[in-house]
Design a binder for this molecule. Structure first.
Ligand code: SF4
Ligand code: SF4
Length: 260
């Protein structure tokens, strides 16, 4: 699924190839447009974005979503999706923008981190491996492109701390862009609730995992079990496997054999 197929028209028109694999860019309080881009955004939050932000703010996930999220169902499959809610002021500013910049900078969402690079990812239909491509999103108001600092895509991704985001976001993207899920049509209400709990309610999902036969029903090795119990990202990884197993019959989890 290419970005040029799925991104809104307004974004597609701004996408440019990255000539010779490098680009010039810098964003800092000295640019005349500083924080201009932190307003009036339709910013999709991934499950890992939400984990990072709610932890940063010391909130439970449901409290974070109630305060900062806008939940809606995507039209084709009824998948619950969450956007960051902008403030209800004239400029529709991001709730985290301040005169000094982003107040949650170290835990800002993936979309903010990667800008001005745009990333398209898809699974190779034959090899099942992830194929990635990168573009520049050149918005006319952004003066960062006039700065001298030169980047390769690899250096940019490293500098912006995107590695853990890509790892967790890839698992999610693999699930939500799966052709089988698209063919399946709309999720039932029960499936929507399951998707929501795994992706956006780590506290409730952990309770579910610990209070049901979940951990004995499947063959899960000790390290993975421990990570899911102790750590939100471990739990999210396990949850993605469970969703792929349950919604798409993917063999990412194996039912434990019971001797009769
Ligand atoms: S518009 Fe560009 S340069 Fe200006 S603050 Fe946003 S990212 Fe930085
Ligand atoms: S989260 Fe931070 S970087 Fe992203 S739009 Fe809001 S203030 Fe800007």
């Amino acid at each position: 699924m290419s970005l040029q197929e799925t991104a809104p028209d307004v974004i597609q028109d701004l996408l440019q190839p990255i000539e010779n694999g490098s680009f010039r860019f810098a964003c800092h309080p000295g640019v005349s447009c500083f924080t201009e881009c932190c307003r009036d955004l339709r910013l999709l939050l991934t499950p890992y974005d939400i984990l990072r932000m709610k932890t940063r703010l010391g909130l439970a996930t449901d409290a974070f979503i109630e305060k900062y999220g806008e939940v809606h169902l995507d039209e084709k499959r009824c998948l619950p999706m969450i956007h960051l809610r902008m403030e209800e002021n004239e400029r529709k500013t991001c709730p985290f923008v301040s005169s000094e910049g982003c107040a949650i900078y170290e835990d800002r969402p993936s979309a903010c981190r990667i800008y001005p690079v745009a990333r398209a990812s898809r699974m190779h239909p034959l090899h099942g491996t992830l194929v990635e491509s990168y573009f520049l999103l050149k918005e006319t108001h952004c003066r960062g492109f006039e700065e001298a600092k030169e980047w390769s895509v690899e250096k940019w991704l490293l500098d912006q701390g995107l590695e853990p985001y890509h790892e967790l976001n890839n698992l999610w993207m693999e699930l939500i862009t799966d052709k089988g899920l698209q063919k399946k049509g709309r999720l039932s209400e029960k499936q929507q609730q399951m998707f929501y709990m795994v992706c956006y309610d780590s506290e409730r999902f952990r309770k579910f995992v610990l209070s049901t036969r979940f951990l004995t029903l499947f063959e899960i090795d000790a390290a993975e079990k421990q990570a899911a119990i102790m750590d939100d990202t471990g739990l999210l990884r396990l949850g993605m496997k469970w969703l792929s197993f349950s919604l798409l019959n993917k063999p990412y989890l194996k039912l434990r054999r019971t001797d009769t």
